[in-house]
Design a binder for this molecule. Sequence first.
Ligand code: AMP
Ligand code: ZN
Length: 460
Amino acid sequence: MLRLYDTYTRELREFRPLKPPEVGLYTCGPTVYDYAHIGNLRTYIMEDILVRVLRFNGYKVKRVMNITDVGHLVSDADTGEDKMEKGARRTGKSAWEIAEFYTEVFKEDLRRLNIIEPDIWCRATDHIPEQIEVIKRIEEKGYTYRTSDGIYFDTSRLSDYGYIARLDVEGLQAGARVDMAEKRNDTDFALWKFSPPDQKRQMEWDSPWGKGFPGWHIECSAMSAKYLGPFFDIHCGGEDHIPVHHPNEIAQTQACYGTRLANFWMHYYFLQLDEAKMSKSAGDFLRMQTFLDRGYDPLAYRFFCLSAHYRSKLNFTGEGLDGAATALNRLRLAAYEWGAPGTLDEGYMDKFAEQINDDLNMPRALAVTWDLVKSDLPPATKKATLVEFDKILGLRLADWKPTEESAPDDVVALVEQRQLARKEKRWKDADTLRDQILAAGYEVKDTPQGPKVERRKASV
Ligand code: AMP
Ligand code: ZN
């Protein structure tokens, strides 16, 4: 039995698909005005664990991820500049170009982290007519009003607006003042924004209400309904989506189709840097390239994320990442040395399954993994069991080899030359080559199985 924590009901609930064996899963995707930071990547890694656990339970997952390439304003309160247009100004490229560029880098980040690619990618700008249709429906049902800068959703029309966040709507309303502009309620939000009269936007479209662009939330209601229907199994996102984005998605879908969008709502807690919130808009941030530049395997970061439950915040430190890299290498080496897989051990498999099915408890699943490593089972059994665990862990343990493979060709060539020099007892040459390997950022270790090459570590 798989149990998942549902933010909507604030309960651990048994998961059953609405239409077994299919599972419809919508995961709020990136806003592509900049690189993803490692906090964003934590959320995507943990969502990948969810996908793998669902598959493990025999379900056929249809995962949809949106790409926000328009409408996400600098403030979640629908004020300020569009992040895309701002990104365009910062880089001197067009909003379309930067969306394309950061989307590709994002997909590459996911590949490096061994994240299974979503079945459907959908870009907000490819779904403008669908979004206009949903807004029209919300309007027909009487939930909208017009201000001088757009069409807004009147949240006071829903008796349970903000339920998912247990929002105190009346309290918010009483405290609201200055930046309400023409909004009727503090929690009202834009469905469609008009292009400013004095400015030509790079991204704008005609609509029944005037030239402009969709609000940030409407894309998720429109695209999830298109690909998964108006009520599907699971909707995911980071914890920051609990108070604003997800209540608004639910309000739109409720007004339009009368459903609360998804049967389960799952939220992933933030990665923090020295206890501070990490955010792209704060400028300086760690991203995938930071790891690569410093010689870390991206999967060490994946391992690091598995060490904490998705419903607790995780503090990022260089020592933490070093620890994860070392542990990952221990696991890889053990798996390699066990040789070919035999038959898996059902007892360990059950223990592992129990943990992953208990609201994706990866720290405890890792503990079972270490118990397996330390057990006195035959190596072939351990290997087969670990390979099965790795279908969830996603650490590419099955085919890892501790040799030159992890080093680039020029380093491998140096290692081979050094081997030859040693064989021919040209010790000075061998030492020189060793220094060259070090200078290239690698370290060669002589083991009974032959030379092993590892990246030298620098701290983050
Ligand atoms: P964004 O690109 O800002 O729209 O965010 C993409 C995803 O990353 C969303 O699901 C966010 O909730 C999530 N997210 C943002 N910051 C963090 C963080 N520090 N840790 C974990 N997830 C985050
Ligand atoms: Zn969303």
